[in-house]
Design a protein around this ligand. Structure first.
Ligand code: FES
Length: 109
């Protein structure tokens, strides 16, 4: 694996259509598994004191915050539903040998 990739969890630890809280160095991250595909964002909601890993995945690509039901796109981190207005960070994810690795990348948007 190339530079910058950090192992954060086993692939099987993330439930299908579910989330798992993990850490990437000092950052609390949320892992998602949708149709076998892994996504990762910050775990802390930008609206308040809530962890997105305790929310629900909606429509296969959105995470609904457990506190006020604001939503973010898990693929990009974009805030897509009020009261959330500030985006969360998303991370590039890959699976190698049943281990999930993340890295911070400058996303082309
Ligand atoms: Fe997440 Fe308010 S804390 S929507």
């Amino acid at each position: 694996s190339g530079a910058g990739w950090i192992a954060v969890a086993g692939y099987e630890e993330v439930p299908e259509d579910g989330t798992l809280a993990s850490r990437m160095e000092d950052v609390s991250v949320c892992l998602y598994k949708v149709e076998g595909e892994i996504y990762a964002t910050d775990n802390q909601c930008t609206h308040g004191d809530a962890e997105l890993s305790e929310g629900l995945i909606q429509d296969g690509c959105l995470i609904e915050c457990p506190l006020h039901e604001g939503m973010f796109d898990i693929r990009t981190g974009k805030a897509v539903s009020p009261p959330c207005t500030r985006d969360i960070r998303s991370y590039e994810a890959k699976v190698e040998g049943a281990v999930i690795y993340l890295r911070t990348s400058a996303r082309a948007t």
